[in-house]
Design a protein around this ligand. Structure first.
Ligand SMILES: Cc1cc2nc3c(=O)[nH]c(=O)nc-3n(C[C@H](O)[C@H](O)[C@H](O)COP(=O)(O)O)c2cc1C
Length: 177
């Protein structure tokens, strides 16, 4: 079984990125186990914490270390990725070990904007490779969400569901390779 962790980059209870993450998880192939890794409780990182990382941070790092691949499902805030995602990246890169080195990573996201989360994703594609992650290049999943994209029962439109299925199939293969 391939263990794939996923991080939802939004803390909003009605997050469209959480809805997208759920559709992706539902569409994962049977050989993949999808586990959410929450960033909601992480305190803000600062370098004075390096000497003695709070347990909530070390537990988060251990959760990431335990998966075979990590998927970011993140909004776009002001043409970039949101602060909680940056905070999570900083925490993973510090505290005596970096779980990012060699980590197989995928980036996805949803926004009501015309271009989905393409700016957020391109900035992540810029900052993550120097930290040693192995980034999946394609396919790209940047969902431009409309009214009716997601349904109350957690499903999505046929087209969004197909893109999510194609993406998670490709990412699982990438993680296994
Ligand atoms: C501070 C802030 C900045 C935003 N900036 C962008 C942006 O640059 N591009 C975009 O497509 N959407 C932007 N949005 C709209 C978000 O895409 C929208 O709120 C979306 O629902 C966020 O995802 P979530 O529902 O998972 O939290 C912004 C929203 C907030 C709160």
């Amino acid at each position: 079984m391939t263990r794939i962790g996923y991080i939802v980059g939004s803390l909003a209870p009605d997050s469209i990125n959480r809805k997208l993450a759920r559709v992706i998880a539902d569409q994962a192939p049977q050989r993949a186990e999808m586990v959410e890794i929450s960033i909601a409780e992480l305190p803000l990182y600062d370098r004075h914490l390096d000497a003695d990382f709070p347990s909530v941070m070390t537990e988060f790092k251990e959760q990431v270390a335990a998966v075979d691949g990590l998927l970011l499902v993140t909004p776009e805030h002001n043409q970039s990725f949101p602060a909680p995602v940056k905070n999570a990246i900083d925490i993973l890169s510090r505290g005596g070990s970096s779980e990012l080195a060699g980590l197989k990573l995928g980036i996805t996201g949803a926004s009501p904007g015309r271009f989905g989360t393409i700016n957020s994703q391109s900035q992540l594609r810029q900052c993550l490779p120097p930290l040693g992650v192995k980034l999946m290049g394609s396919p790209v999943l940047a969902e431009s969400v409309r009214e009716g994209t997601f349904h109350d029962d957690g499903t999505a439109t046929e087209s969004t569901t197909k893109r999510a299925k194609d993406y998670i199939e490709a990412f699982t293969t990438f993680v296994e390779s």
